[in-house]
Design a binder for this molecule. Sequence first.
Ligand SMILES: Nc1ncnc2c1ncn2[C@@H]1O[C@H](COP(=O)(O)OP(=O)(O)OP(=O)(O)O)[C@@H](O)[C@H]1O
Ligand SMILES: N[C@@H](CCO)C(=O)O
Length: 320
Amino acid sequence: MAVYTDITDDELAAFLSDYDLGQAVAFKGIAEGVENSNFLLETESGRFILTVYERRAKPEDLPYFLDLLTWLADRGYPSAKPIADRAGATLKTIRGKPAALVEFLPGLSARRPTVAHCREAGEGLAWLHLAGEGYPARRANDLGQPHWAPLFAKHRKAADGLKPGLSATIDKDLAELALSWPRGLPTGVIHADYFPDNVFFKPDGKFAAAIDFYFACDDAFAYDIAVTLNAWCFEADGSFNITAARALVAGYERRRPLSPTERDAIPILARGAAMRFFLTRLADWGATPAGALVKPKDPLEYERKLAVHREGLSLFGTGA
Ligand SMILES: Nc1ncnc2c1ncn2[C@@H]1O[C@H](COP(=O)(O)OP(=O)(O)OP(=O)(O)O)[C@@H](O)[C@H]1O
Ligand SMILES: N[C@@H](CCO)C(=O)O
């Protein structure tokens, strides 16, 4: 349950006194998520999400994320627009922690994404890439390829603890990724964590909205597609669903066609994207005390995805 911070009625009332939203009529913690504390807030003027930033997101990065959410919403992209207080501020504090109020978005995430969901999610991702064009702030991807080997160096023991001999396999992967990592691909604002729990659909199955932009950064658009393919297109038995993957890319290309160079790069980008989530999950695995409220995500799920990509993906067939 991702509510790390308790907020009393008085603290909430004091927080809301900076806004023109009326009084709280309902307020409850949201169990989903692992990074931040999220609360559903209803006031006399509508429904909102209050996020208290707990970990990972560096306080100095929060203006980048909140201004990006405002930028996207102002361009018609369905992401949660931050609510400014009377003085125009979107980044606030509550209980001494950074916090923000954003618009509540209706929609449901897909627990078991279908091929049709993948197509819609792909289109929503391309829309995001286009809507982010021109966003003036910059944020380097601090979980990008150059950061993987130093991160792994701190967690080699944990890898061998999960699976004997794994650290040697990961070392080899990291060396191969460093040699073949693509450069010069089209870049812009990417979501970088576009997982099924961060995408909402309408009741008719159409894309509704994307949330949780707290890994957003500048990187290759095709890398964002690779992260998304890994998150959406693997079956529970560990096999890669090529039909779902092709639908996801086809949905993406409804709005933003890929260049041949971007298409060719996807297999190696997907291998790197699997490495990135394996590594952060590995780091969290070791750092989570037994009995913690939030169960860490399984690093081995991503190690299995990495193993699939080691064999090479043929997403578009030969000559595509
Ligand atoms: N703007 C929003 N509108 C509606 N519901 C939202 C909104 N933002 C967050 N939620 C709800 O809160 C939950 C947790 O939000 P979020 O994914 O941002 O948290 P997190 O702790 O950063 O999670 P993660 O583990 O994915 O990083 C979501 O699954 C969703 O149910
Ligand atoms: N989407 C990430 C967790 C989000 O912080 C993962 O599945 O490892």
